[in-house]
Design a protein around this ligand. Structure first.
Ligand code: SDX
Length: 442
């Protein structure tokens, strides 16, 4: 029996109850305990019993669902996929194995691993008709605009034949999305630089294939640097899932209406694009370039502390992590490995980033607000060293997060308590009033 069913049926794990006293009436709510992390108060009957809604803009104190996929302890700086620590997965696993883990809840055995990777490989090509979709975009389009459109357009190719109520069809949709996102991403890049699309090669691994599609041309053989392929694979693992962040919640909300999963991923890409979310990696590089030199850091920090400036230290801070983002720790090490491999260890932006981090982590303003480097602080420096333009950074985030998005979508679809998401509001608009015809308006 899944944990969800067990929660639906079981009495509150700890027999704790929360009692709300309002207008002289006491209402009690069951408390459910987590495997790890925060317990929750089940308030599903609040409106029925009190006629009141809860109010929690930004959902700082709200669990939107029950999930068994990813656990984050923001205070301790812990991130686990299905119980496995992120640094162990980054060091010892590979992206497709992690995608299998997120989807199925267990690491694959040798046969499952081999079969899953072969299945994904056989879905990496996209329908030839989709090439024409790219032709409709201006060459200078932001690749996230292209990706949001291209991913959602897959729903035009896989809709009539897709019944998301059939587990095997949900699984096939998940495989297609994980397999095709790198192909679409590389096509978005090639289209932006006027080079021909490069087809996936079935004899290459997932990240090697992606870098080959990004940087190969029909004019000569291109061998992917294995150190860069491994670094890319590690980066994809680190970005694969992250609990109920904005873009994952978007995919869940879109999927809760029964929408086509390819269209739901398009919605997730749109949400990830925002600079407060996945768009921060591009904003970090722009920030480091704007600082320009280590000597300018104190001036920049002064601007960040001046609320009027509206300037934020991009790549710092997190809604959940009030400690070092464990992904940033791995990325910082990977960054130094990649730059050393490419002979760019003196990369000025890395010097600025390391000095900026050092100054910020000792500055009271950031310490008291518990602002630490997050996943976006170092990733852009790695991508830039690999020759990937900054406009592509969030696209890579979307490629990685597709396995997390679709695993969360699948979990929602299989949740017996799943229903369409429909939040309410605190209405503070006009009181009822009579319509005034145009001739009578002042
Ligand atoms: C991702 O949710 C996820 O899991 C996301 C993600 C994932 O994997 O899916 O981890 C990926 O989105 C990482 C975050 C990338 N974004 C950035 O690096 C952009 C810069 N960061 C901020 O915009 C901010 O930190 C957020 C949006 C990430 C978090 O914002 P919160 O939790 O809403 O916190 P807040 O805005 O309420 O900030 C608390 C205080 C405020 O100051 P005071 O009003 O208390 O004086 O900290 C300040 C903020 O002004 N603050 C910052 C800051 N982040 C917060 N000040 C300067 N620079 C910053 N980066």
């Amino acid at each position: 029996m899944s944990n969800v069913e067990s929660i639906a049926k079981k009495t509150p794990a700890s027999n704790r109850i929360a009692t709300l006293s309002i207008d002289g009436k006491n209402v009690s709510f069951p408390v459910y305990d987590a495997t790890e992390g925060q317990s929750v108060i089940d308030i599903t009957k609040l409106y029925g019993e009190t006629g009141l809604f809860t109010y929690d803009p930004g959902f700082l104190s709200t669990a939107s669902c029950e999930s068994k996929i990813t656990f984050i302890d923001g205070d301790a700086g812990i991130l686990r996929y299905r119980g496995y620590d992120i640094d162990a997965l980054a060091e010892k696993s590979d992206y497709l194995e992690v995608a299998y883990l997120l989807l199925n809840g267990e690491l694959p055995n040798a046969a499952e691993n081999k079969n899953f990777k072969r299945t994904i490989t056989l879905h990496t090509m996209i329908h030839e008709q989709l090439h024409f979709l790219f032709r409709g975009f201006p060459r200078a389009s932001h690749p996230m605009a292209v990706m949001a459109g291209a991913a959602a357009s897959l729903s035009a190719f896989y809709h009539d034949s897709l019944d998301i109520n059939i587990p095997e069809q949900r699984e096939l949709a998940a495989y297609r999305l994980i397999a095709k996102m790198p192909t679409l991403a590389a096509m978005a890049y090639k289209y932006s630089i006027g080079q021909p699309f490069i087809y996936p090669q079935n004899d290459l691994g997932f990240s090697e294939n992606f870098l080959h599609m990004m940087f190969s041309t029909p004019c000569e053989k291109y061998a992917v640097n294995p150190v860069l392929a491994r670094a890319m694979d590690k980066i994809l693992i680190l970005h694969a899932d992250h609990e109920q962040n904005a873009s994952t919640s978007t995919v869940r909300m879109a999927g809760s209406s029964g929408a086509n999963p390819f269209a739901c991923i398009g919605a997730g890409i749109a949400s990830l694009w925002g600079p407060a979310h996945g768009g921060a990696n591009e904003a970090v590089i722009n920030m480091l370039r704007e600082i320009g030199d280590v000597s300018q850091i104190p001036e920049f920090i002064k601007k960040v502390k001046d609320k009027q400036s509206g300037v934020k230290l991009m790549g710092f801070g997190h809604r959940v992590y009030k400690n070092y983002d464990p992904r940033a720790t791995v990325l910082r090490k990977t960054c130094q490995e990649v730059l050393a491999e490419l002979g760019k260890i003196d990369e000025p932006l890395l010097k600025i980033a390391i000095e900026l981090e050092k100054i910020a982590l000792s500055d009271e303003y950031f310490v008291e607000r518990k602002l630490y480097p997050n996943v976006d602080f170092y990733s852009g420096i790695i991508y830039r060293a690999m020759g990937i333009p900054s406009k592509m950074f969030t696209v890579l985030f979307a490629v990685a997060r597709t396995s997390g998005w679709i695993a969360q979508w699948k979990e929602m679809m299989e949740d017996p308590k799943n229903k369409i998401g429909r939040p309410r509001q605190l209405f503070t608009g006009s009181a009822p009033r009579q319509f005034v015809t145009l001739d009578k308006r002042k």
